[in-house]
Design a binder for this molecule. Structure first.
Ligand code: KG4
Ligand code: ZN
Length: 350
């Protein structure tokens, strides 16, 4: 039996978790910073780092207490050391190194995005998925496709060329005056609407595995606020027509149209990725994998599609402590000179 204490601070969630043998989550504590960033409608890196400093110790204590163990009982410390905001990463990494050193426990470095893919295994009693698999991480910071031969052999095969899908949800929510983060309010309104608004379904080149969401977001903006008029400096400005009032039904229809377009894009990219890799299963992770519309729609793919349980969709430390178990078994530990990295992995040029 191995107990791993995981620490996560890559972006705006301060999290700690204790996971037994890679899948049994004994505690999963998350201090969310949404209220601090809400008014900026996005994460402010400096505010995030300061909040991590304040939250980390209480979160660590709470995670041990909920798991019913002490620092001494833990077999290793895992840390998501990439990718993320550098200030945020450094807070968690420094804490993890300090614990590993003072407690004389191994330190295990985990990639945050790989951990999102592993989150389908948490609290699961079923066997690991069939490999090769296609992995899709959809969150506020990432929209990337992966080819997995195993949970430790993961290759990036496609990613967004502009906005991440969760970022598009958050920006569209801002346009529609819905709360931040935008995913949950759009998801619930979409369920009450019809996809009657024509929006661009950007798929890029024929076999491209990359994504683009900025045009879709702009199309929603123009639909709601009107298309901008061409500015002619030699003429007096035209009077700006007032934006049309959004009725609750029109709002729901815009949400349904936006969500439907996102889902169609994701479905097509997954089909392409499965053809490209001959995958036997599909793993989805990241905050947007909580989306109810998406979960229902992906059932039409003729392959097993695995989603994380809802508490493990958004950022958490259980996913890192779970994946770290694999490296623990192989005794693949990290030195105390481990660096924080803002990037994950670059695409293989081949
Ligand atoms: O994985 P996550 O916690 O953080 C990043 O690594 O980015 O994902 C947060 C993102 C936000 O953009 C949020 O709007 C989105 O996940 N999200 C959703 C839903 N719940 C959260 N998007 C669509 N539908 C949801 N139900
Ligand atoms: Zn994440």
């Amino acid at each position: 039996m191995a107990l791993i204490l995981g620490i996560e601070s890559t972006c705006d969630e301060t999290a700690a978790a204790v996971v037994r043998d890679g899948t049994h989550v004994l505690s999963n504590v998350i201090a969310t910073q949404f209220p601090l960033h809400e008014k900026f409608r996005g994460v402010v890196p400096e505010i995030a780092s300061r909040a991590h400093i304040e939250n980390l110790l209480p979160v660590l204590k709470e995670s041990l207490s909920q798991a019913g163990c002490t620092f001494a009982d833990v077999d290793a410390i895992s840390i998501t050391h990439r990718p993320g905001l550098i200030g945020s990463l450094l807070i968690g990494l420094t804490a993890a190194k300090t614990l590993a050193w003072t407690l004389n426990k191994p330190l295990i470095a985990v990639d945050h995005v790989h951990a999102h893919l592993y989150s389908v295994m948490l609290d699961s009693t079923s066997k690991p998925p069939q490999f090769p698999a296609v992995g899709l991480v959809i969150s506020g910071g990432h929209t990337s496709l992966y080819s997995l031969q195993s949970f430790s052999n993961i290759i990036l095969i496609g990613s967004t060329i502009d906005d991440a899908i969760g970022e598009a949800y958050d920006k569209v929510a801002a346009i529609l005056n819905l709360p931040y983060p935008g995913g949950p309010p759009i998801d619930s309104r979409a369920a009450k609407g019809s996809p009657t608004v024509q929006l661009p379904r950007t798929l890029l080149e024929k076999n491209s595995l990359d994504f683009s969401f900025s045009g879709l977001k702009t199309a929603v903006l123009y639909h709601v606020k009107g298309t901008p008029q061409r500015i002619r400096h030699d003429l007096p400005p035209l009077p700006k027509p007032p934006p049309p009032e959004l009725t609750p039904q029109h709002l729901a229809d815009i949400c349904a149209s936006f969500q439907n377009t996102c889902i169609e894009i994701v479905l097509e990219k997954l089909r392409r990725a499965v053809r490209h890799t001959s995958a036997q299963s599909i793993l989805i992770g990241g905050g947007v994998s909580a989306n109810r519309g998406l979960r229902a729609a992906l059932k039409q793919l003729h392959l097993p599609v695995l989603f994380p349980p809802l508490p493990y969709c958004t950022d958490n430390a259980a996913m890192s402590a779970g994946l770290a178990h694999l490296f623990y078994e192989r005794q693949q530990f990290s030195p105390l000179s481990l660096d924080a990295l803002t990037h994950s992995q670059f695409r293989d040029p081949a």
